[in-house]
Design a protein around this ligand. Structure first.
Ligand code: DOR
Ligand code: ZN
Length: 465
């Protein structure tokens, strides 16, 4: 037999067990997993002695800012996917609030073709759900291969470009205000017919506005604590409650994006216990940071929903351990350092985080906060299963894509923002010591990154759902 790539002596990790075996790759697929060495020659051999081998890691929530008409100064797909590969990821899902916004099947198909030329990892595309504006486009987007639909609850939309309005006020012209529940219900029903999830950004605009107006009148200071009073956990929780009610009524599969509110865990757990198809994700910034970190990192910590209190943080860890939160993703939302340097109130929300997602979660394994099997679940098997990509993605089973992340659990290093491969180097994790490191990323059998450096050009493919 002639093998394209053989990975010897590694410890294979799935969600249930760890075991020593050799992996044999042919034509981009895992051809065999064997306890004994098999006969034959190999074009490439990787010795994975003392290393963990996981099915390629997946980030379901990335804003690469690229697109057919995009301003690419913050980030582009070439850089975000290079960062993804160096950070141990083999698949990312790209968010649709790009330029143009991905709001119909035609734009989705064209965007996929355009992005594929720059992709270092495999990628899927989210479709944007805009209420009545594009309710008739949802089925077409599903047919074109959208992985699922994203709805920015509480955001106004530019009525000609369909770009999100981040600083909406009611006096603005040519803007569709945040949708009301009836329109959201209709949209949920239509999405239910596609069989796909609706994933929501859950923040209650009208509550945030009332709290912010009151704070301004009272002359509240510009501290993080005051900002958090205007965008509290309750602003997430009220929207999550409404979303669950409308999901129940419409029959749609609901996914709650980037949970930052600890109280959201119990609300979602109750819905899951009722048997409703409701899932939720969180991100390393909510698991590792809290308001106390603002003093140290300043506006770099600003992301929507906001990073909240120590208690919220610990509740999210509990939610992760209890399986209520089934996946962790980056919400990579890069902005330039200049844009972030204008103070808490005026700086844009978001950080460059695609390359630090897996490292921070691997470090959680070293710290004993997660088992290596839980890591395989939340960064690979669970997202693949939730979005229908399993077992091609998310498993080490023979016959599936040879997407593999090799981890050296003993390697120690420090995150340096200059080492990140994104255009934007905005991270609150600069200087953080890490134990456990991605040593190699393999996409459909080929090594695409090794020891933090990219190998070869873009070879990622569009995953048509
Ligand atoms: O902080 C955020 N930034 N939250 C979002 O949901 C959107 C994102 C962005 O696109 O900048
Ligand atoms: Zn996002």
């Amino acid at each position: 037999m002639y093998w394209d790539h053989v990975i010897t002596n590694g410890t294979l990790v799935n969600t249930q067990e760890c075991y020593k075996a050799h992996i044999y790759i042919k034509n981009g697929k895992i051809a065999a997993v064997s306890h004994n060495l098999l006969e034959g020659e190999a074009a490439q051999i990787t010795d994975a002695q003392n290393k963990y081998i996981l099915s390629g890691l997946i980030d379901t929530h990335v804003h690469s800012r690229d697109g057919l008409q995009a301003a690419r100064y913050k980030e582009d797909f070439f850089h975000s996917t290079m960062a993804a590969a160096c950070g141990g990821l083999t698949t990312i899902f790209e968010m649709p609030n790009t330029s143009p916004a991905i709001y119909n099947g035609n734009i989705l198909t064209k965007s996929a073709q355009y992005l594929e030329q720059k992709a270092h990892v495999d990628f899927a595309l989210w479709g944007l759900a805009l209420g009545n504006i594009n309710i008739h486009e949802l089925a077409g987007m599903a047919a074109s291969g959208a992985i699922a639909f994203k709805f920015f609850w509480g955001y106004a939309i530019d009525s000609t470009t369909y770009q999100l309005i981040y600083n909406y006020d009611e006096k603005m012209m040519n803007v569709v205000p945040p949708l009301l529940d009836g329109e959201i219900y209709d949209m949920f029903k239509t999405i239910a017919q596609t069989g796909k999830q609706v994933a929501i950004h859950a923040e209650n605009f009208y509550l945030i506005k009332a709290l912010s107006d009151a704070a301004e009148k009272a002359g509240l200071d510009e501290s993080y604590a005051s900002f958090l009073k205007c965008r509290p956990a309750e602003a997430e929780c009220t929207t999550i409650r409404s979303a669950i009610a409308l999901a129940k009524l419409s029959g749609v599969k609901l996914h709650v994006l980037h949970l930052g509110a600890g109280d959201g865990v119990n609300i979602i757990a109750a819905a899951q216990n009722e048997g409703l198809p409701i899932s939720v994700e969180s991100c390393p910034h909510y698991l590792y940071l809290c308001e106390e970190d603002y003093e140290r990192v300043g506006p770099l910590i600003k992301v929507y929903p906001l990073v909240k209190t120590r208690r919220d943080r610990e509740e999210l860890w509990r939610g992760l351990h209890e399986g209520v939160i089934s996946l962790v993703c980056s919400d990579h939302a890069p902005h330039t350092e200049e844009e972030k340097a204008v103070g808490l109130k005026n700086s844009p929300a978001g950080m460059a985080s695609v390359e630090t997602l897996a490292p921070l979660m691997i470090n959680a394994v070293s710290e004993g906060r997660l088992s290596i099997n839980q890591l395989a679940a939340i960064l690979s098997e669970n997202p693949a299963k939730l979005y229908g990509l399993y077992p091609q993605k998310g498993s080490l089973l023979p016959g599936t894509d040879a997407d593999i992340t090799i981890i050296d659990p003993m390697a120690e290093y420090t995150i340096h923002k200059e080492d990140l491969h994104s255009i934007s180097k905005v991270t609150p994790f600069d200087g953080w010591p890490m134990k456990g490191r991605v040593s190699q990323t393999i996409l459909r059998g080929a090594t695409i990154a090794k020891d933090g450096q990219i190998i070869g050009g873009p070879s990622g493919k569009f995953i048509k759902a």
